[in-house]
Design a protein around this ligand. Structure first.
Ligand code: THU
Length: 160
């Protein structure tokens, strides 16, 4: 028997003001689109802004459904839109923010497992890492240089 260790790394920004200017702008758009979340059941709103290599910004917010599993997370709304409308574009940067209507979220809120798997598909397809920034409503922002830090032991097409 032997053990293996997989390390993962994040940068921590204390506030939006500490972010590079382009990311501040991206995060502000994510905060703005968070308002469009359709979240009558969870009261938990997530906003996402994606920057593509063609200069376009694609936005998304979570969309819930009375049949709960039929709803979709903000990250996948945005990334599937990007894939559907700009199939040739590379996804360079992604800003994510989540806020609850019932209590203030102060910790960075990462994408769920299903969203990580979906983002991974595009990162592998485009052969280019995706920078991912995520935050709560207030407080620190975490940055990952690649989806790989969020899903280190990922399942992908090479196993098929
Ligand atoms: N949600 C997202 O939009 N992204 C995530 O990564 C985690 C969860 C949404 C789904 C649901 O509408 C609400 O947040 C509560 O889970």
């Amino acid at each position: 028997m032997k053990e293996i260790t997989i390390t993962t790394q994040f940068k921590v920004y204390e506030s939006i003001q500490e972010l590079p200017n382009d990311i501040q702008d991206l995060m502000k758009q994510a905060v703005e689109v968070r308002k469009n979340a359709y979240a009558p059941y969870s009261k938990f709103r997530v906003g996402v802004a994606i920057f593509l290599d063609n200069g376009k910004i694609v936005l998304g917010s979570n969309q819930e459904n009375a049949a709960y599993p039929s709803g979709l997370c903000a990250e996948r709304v945005a990334i599937f839109y990007a894939g559907a409308v700009y199939p040739e574009a590379k996804i360079l940067k992604m800003a994510i923010t989540a806020a609850s209507d019932t209590n203030q979220t102060t910790a960075p809120i990462p994408p769920c497992g299903s969203c990580r798997q979906s983002i991974a598909e595009y990162e592998i397809k485009q052969e280019n890492p995706i920078e991912i920034y995520f935050m709560g409503e207030i407080g620190a922002i975490y940055k990952s240089d690649s989806l790989k830090n969020l899903l280190p032991f990922m399942f992908d097409k090479k196993f098929l």
